[in-house]
Ligand binder design. Structure first.
Ligand SMILES: [Zn+2]
Length: 482
């Protein structure tokens, strides 16, 4: 007989059920062995899940015990205790458990069920922690650096995400300019989702999606860089692009980049934006502000979107950087050869930018909310840049878009007379204090650093780093029947 009545018999479950019924009948292994013509040692192997029984033996055992074959082979544990013993055996065969190097724990009669429950609960938590995409600061920096290299190789253009965005827009009758709220909701409902605006969204999330009821919850407020429209489309992007829960931190970052790209590609559609940009270039009037205004998006999204389209469609290489008033870089991209400060792992996030670059110069400008144009001479060449302070960000951050000197001619602001010289990363440029001050204050200063913990420290653990799952589940549960 080659097949079992129950395809894929679980030998551990079978063993448990066999032992359970045998004991219930008050039979010893010896007594049952005599009834089926087998040695008690064979039955012991069966009960311990160490040997796979043939169907003929299962039938003989069932008959000897006065139960049906189905009763013996059913895929459920005969008791809570038996279930615990099966789970304990499975847990101990898991590589994570085996990696602990502990001796095998036999769940003999002297091991209480409570003890097994404790072991299983601890192991469950251990495995959950190991599986979560957490990252040390080093791992996070390496993942960021790898992602940036990949974006640079593609000129920051993702053809497959552009097509996904174009497909999402096709049914809603978009013909150009800013996407209306009606079209936006139509894009969302076309994918089977409903949008709910709420006041009590968990603090750690920008949006929460109820996959069972296909609802996307958003906070009803204006968020500056992350406008509710962008957040909604970033959320939808994960589903349109077929993302599943990220397996590690690098995948989490990749998914976030793609979802953000999707949002930008829906709000600033490729076809319309490229036509607009080509026209502006003919007029030598390229400008991030105009892109922002025509498509009604944040300045940051407009500048970043420019980097998506510039190389692929306009043959322009460029750089993008976001930094705070202290010069700390939060986000950076380049394919024009500009050299950002970087640590040994190649990470740029968290590094301090040269104080002569436009992203820092703008903070000392008289009018920091107007575009700040300047030429910067650097060791890798001269760049023309436009910087702007994002009024929506909490602590004030500057967004810079820059191109090489020769490409400045296509941009509004090319006639600026501001020019700076930067020798960074040479420490004598701006990082090292002047000799006179150094001599006076060396050893006499004790500053207390302000932590930039949100980008540099170890990211909180969880399937979705930084998100409080307890909050999210409680929120979804409370809302489900609204
Ligand atoms: Zn410098």
């Amino acid at each position: 007989m080659s097949s079992f009545p129950n395809e894929g018999l679980d030998v551990h479950l079978f063993g448990q059920r066999l032992r359970h019924v045998r004991r219930a009948r008050g039979l010893t292994l010896d007594a049952l062995g005599k009834r089926v013509g087998r040695a008690p040692s064979v039955l012991s192997l069966l009960e311990n899940g160490r040997r796979e029984p043939k169907l003929s033996l299962i039938e003989a055992l069932a008959s000897a015990l006065g139960v049906s074959v189905d009763e013996l082979t059913r895929r459920e544990a005969p008791s809570r205790r038996a279930q615990l013993e099966i789970e304990l055996d499975r847990a101990q065969r898991d590589p994570v458990y085996a990696g602990l190097g502990l001796p095998y724990l036999h769940p003999g009669p002297r091991v209480p069920s409570e003890a097994i429950e404790h072991v299983l609960a601890l192991f469950g938590e251990l495995r959950t922690q190991r599986a979560k995409p957490t990252a040390t600061p080093e791992e996070a920096r390496v993942a960021n650096a790898e992602l940036r290299a990949m974006m640079r190789d593609r000129g920051n253009y993702f053809a497959e995400v552009e097509s996904a965005a174009a497909r999402a827009l096709a049914p809603v009758g978009y013909s150009g300019g800013a996407l209306s709220q009606g079209m936006l909701l139509s894009v969302v409902s076309h994918h089977g989702f409903a949008v709910r605006y709420v006041q009590d969204l968990p603090r750690s999330a920008r949006s929460v999606t109820d996959l069972r009821n296909r609802r996307i919850y958003l906070r009803q407020e204006s968020l500056g860089t992350h406008t509710p429209r962008a957040v909604l489309l970033q959320t939808l992007g994960h589903f349109v692009l077929g993302h599943s829960a990220p397996a590690d931190f690098a995948e989490f970052l990749r998914q976030r980049v793609q979802a953000n790209y999707f949002a930008a590609a829906v709000l600033v559609p490729e076809h319309a934006a490229v036509a607009f940009l080509r026209h502006a270039r003919e007029d030598k009037n390229l400008s991030v502000e105009d892109l922002r205004d025509v498509f009604s998006v944040s300045y940051e999204m407009a500048a970043h979107r420019f980097t998506n389209l510039a190389t692929h469609h306009l043959d322009l290489r460029c750089h993008f950087v976001r930094n705070d008033a202290g010069g700390i870089i939060y986000k950076a991209y380049e394919n024009d050869g500009v050299v950002f400060p970087a640590d040994a792992t190649g990470a740029i996030e968290g590094q301090r930018m040269c104080r002569f670059w436009s992203g820092r110069q703008i903070f000392s400008a008289a009018d920091r909310f107007s575009p700040h144009y300047q030429y910067s001479d650097t060791p890798s060449g001269t760049y023309w840049c436009v910087a702007s302070v994002d009024p929506g960000s909490e602590r004030g951050s500057a967004i810079t878009l820059g191109v090489r000197f020769d490409d400045a001619r296509w941009f509004r602001g090319r006639d600026t007379t501001r020019r700076t010289k930067s020798n960074c990363p040479d420490p004598s440029c701006c990082q090292r204090p002047p000799a006179r001050l150094a001599a006076r204050w060396d050893g006499m200063a004790w500053p207390s650093a302000r932590a930039h913990s949100h980008i540099l420290s170890a990211l909180p653990s969880g399937s979705f780093p930084g998100v409080d799952e307890a909050d999210i589940y409680a929120f979804l549960d409370a809302r489900e029947h609204d």
